[in-house]
Design a protein around this ligand. Structure first.
Ligand SMILES: [Fe+2]
Length: 334
């Protein structure tokens, strides 16, 4: 498959400890995708976000109902690959308050089929149309294709209340939902600020206590191969505890808003503290890519009568996220 046009190619090489699968089938969009549309969408306005908050987001899209993504054949291959990768899942304890139980980041390094699925222009075009904004596979491979498994200890939530460090992501159910007791995916019908205040947590930090039940919505997966999309940094969400030990595998592909000059909510500073191998170089590439595009645009944007204050503001806008990552790395390098 050619390098995707609108996002960064995967870096050459593979992070330490990640094992590539061999003998994989080749991903073919026409055979392995079965893209359908969601029957309902909650916009950010529906969830109570104010016009000024929505103006800071790339789109008013909030969270959709689950819709079919994978064909029966695509699902069967994907599930098998994820089962195979289980033995090579990330060993670190996850983000925030040890939020995730058992997971893989950077599945695209391990599986070419998964990388090609996440890179597929058909998938990106379909999701872009649903969100009303142009998107491409996320340029940070760690989050471009994640996989979550049931935690070994079923007393733990699969994933506690949080918002994501990227703007757009999907949760695709790969296991048979009929066979899963518990483990529901839920979102808070309200703003993240409200949800966080009710639980006394911030951002990526996991919250394990309960929100008012009448404001919590469960997303139903009609079958394996269905998934939903969310503007994950704006939706306060969780995956509940399982009531019984069982297989619960979800794939979490993430997307960047394109072109590279577009509003980007990727929280590189937060992610730079994750301990996945390769994550800091991946974030550096991502921020260099976005800053480079903004600097290119700045060349045309500078006017001969701009004063120092205006120019300073323009430079700060172009360099802000890169500078913020630089500062985070400075602390780590000490
Ligand atoms: Fe999440």
């Amino acid at each position: 498959m050619p390098t995707p046009k609108h996002t960064l190619a995967f870096p050459s090489g593979i992070p330490a400890g990640y094992i590539r699968l061999d003998n994989e089938p080749e991903f073919e969009a026409e055979k392995h995708l079965q893209l359908e549309s969601p029957s309902s969408v909650n916009t950010l306005s529906d969830l109570g976000y104010a016009a000024e908050q929505i103006a800071d987001c790339p789109s008013n899209f909030g969270v959709s109902s689950a819709f079919r993504i994978l064909s029966a054949e695509g699902l069967s291959i994907m599930r098998e690959l994820c089962q195979e990768m289980y033995a090579n899942r990330n060993s670190s304890l996850g983000t925030g308050n040890n939020r995730l139980g058992s997971y893989i980041r950077g599945a695209g390094y391990r599986s070419k089929f998964i990388q090609d699925f996440c890179d597929s222009p058909e998938l990106a075009a379909h999701l872009s149309q649903i969100a009303g904004i142009e998107m491409a596979r996320h340029s940070v491979p760690a989050v471009a294709c994640g996989v979550n498994y049931a935690p070994e200890d079923i007393n733990r939530a699969v994933d506690s209340w949080h918002t994501d460090s990227v703007a757009f992501d999907m949760v695709i159910m790969l296991s048979d939902p009929e066979q899963i007791d518990g483990g529901e995916f839920q979102f808070f019908h309200g703003t993240k600020q409200e949800g966080e205040a009710l639980l006394g947590v911030t951002g990526e930090q996991g919250g394990t206590s309960e929100l008012p039940a009448e404001r919590v919505q469960t997303i139903a997966f009609p079958a394996a191969g269905f998934g939903f999309m969310q503007q994950g940094n704006m939706i306060f969400h969780r995956a509940c505890k399982l009531n019984q030990r069982c297989e619960r595998i979800t794939m979490i592909p993430s997307f960047v808003v394109t072109p590279a000059t577009a509003n980007d909510a990727t929280n590189s500073v937060n992610m730079s503290n994750w301990d996945d191998p390769g994550i800091v170089p991946e974030l550096t590439r991502h921020e260099a890519w976005r800053a480079g595009a903004r600097l290119d645009a700045l060349i045309d944007d500078v006017q001969l009568d701009d004063d120092a204050g205006t120019l300073l503001k323009k430079l700060e806008l172009a360099l802000g996220p890169l500078q913020a990552l630089r500062e985070s790395l400075e602390k780590q390098a000490k």
